[in-house]
Design a protein around this ligand. Structure first.
Ligand code: PDD
Length: 280
């Protein structure tokens, strides 16, 4: 199963793929991205990822990019890989130009991608649940745009790993629990699901959306509202949602148990239902 890269129309080995040093993604983080997973040879919710990509580009005033061409490129790369369960990383930068802060006069967005087998989360994490830490949200004010400016996420994730946890959850100065470094965050209270509403402070996760659809189908009550850490500790269950985490139970936060400190039944059920939906 080859790991392949795509650079502006050319597909080849990842090790040989290069971009110019004056790509604005490299100099300024002036780029947006998506990460799409496949199940059983099909890309899950590709159209939703493309719609979000469009929103991210619009939010940064990118010049128009043909989503049809991006879709074709993704499908071409995915087919070339022959990987059943793949992760495709896609990045679109504003373009290449002499390093200067203002937008270039006639920017030509640059598309790069990689495809490789998706690394599944370790079985013990799924079975026993994950430990997370909290960090103050020190990201910029447009976390709804999926830009490659991920240094705060990188720093928070490393801090979590260094302290023996799996991930970090960003909490606002006012004590509102937002999301994790590459996942959304849910709690379960009395059979009801709760997650942060869609604002500029979190990413509109595709998995989050799929879970809300599943909840509606299964008549599980949902509240999209702000909640604090205190409410998380009073909850029965908590979990992360995302393309790579899928539904990953959180059993401790900063060393303190959530609910009874064990993986909860609704988290397990939602994970199973999500997998089923993805494989249909
Ligand atoms: N991250 N919140 C943040 C900050 C994210 O980076 C992601 C996704 C999510 C979940 O979104 P989705 O369900 O659409 O994957 C929430 C991807 C996986 C990444 O950074 O690789």
């Amino acid at each position: 199963m080859p790991e392949l890269a795509y650079v502006n129309g050319k597909i080849g080995p990842v090790e040989e793929a290069v971009v110019p040093i004056e790509d604005r993604g490299y100099n300024f983080g002036d780029a947006v991205y998506e990460y799409v997973a496949s199940y059983g040879g099909r890309l899950f919710r590709l159209e939703d990822h493309l719609a979000r990509l469009s929103r991210s580009m619009a939010g940064l005033f990118f010049p128009p990019v043909s989503i049809d061409q991006v879709r074709d490129a993704i499908n071409e790369l995915y087919r070339a890989s022959g990987i059943e369960r793949a992760g495709i990383y896609l990045q679109l930068s504003r373009g290449v130009d002499r390093r200067d802060h203002p937008f270039p006069k006639a920017p030509v967005p640059q598309l790069v991608m990689t495809v490789r087998p998706l690394k599944e989360k370790p079985a013990h994490l799924r079975k026993d649940g994950a430990a997370v830490i909290t960090v103050t949200d020190f990201r910029w004010g447009r976390c709804d745009l999926k830009t490659v400016q991920l240094l705060p996420n990188v720093m928070a994730k490393q801090q979590a790993l260094d302290s023996g946890a799996f991930d970090a959850v960003f909490v606002s100065d006012a004590g509102i629990v937002r999301e994790a470094t590459s996942s959304n965050f849910f709690i379960v209270s009395g059979g009801m699901l709760m997650t942060h509403p869609l604002t500029e402070n979190i990413l509109a996760g595709i998995t989050r959306q799929v879970l809300l659809e599943i909840a509606a189908e299964q008549k599980i009550q949902v509240e999209e509202r702000f909640f604090t850490l205190e409410e998380v500790f009073a909850a029965d269950e908590a979990f992360l949602s995302g393309t790579t985490t899928e539904v990953l139970p959180v059993v401790t936060i900063d060393g303190n148990p959530v609910g009874d400190g064990k993986v909860g039944p609704l988290s397990e059920k939602l994970f199973a239902t999500l997998r089923q939906a993805a494989q249909e």
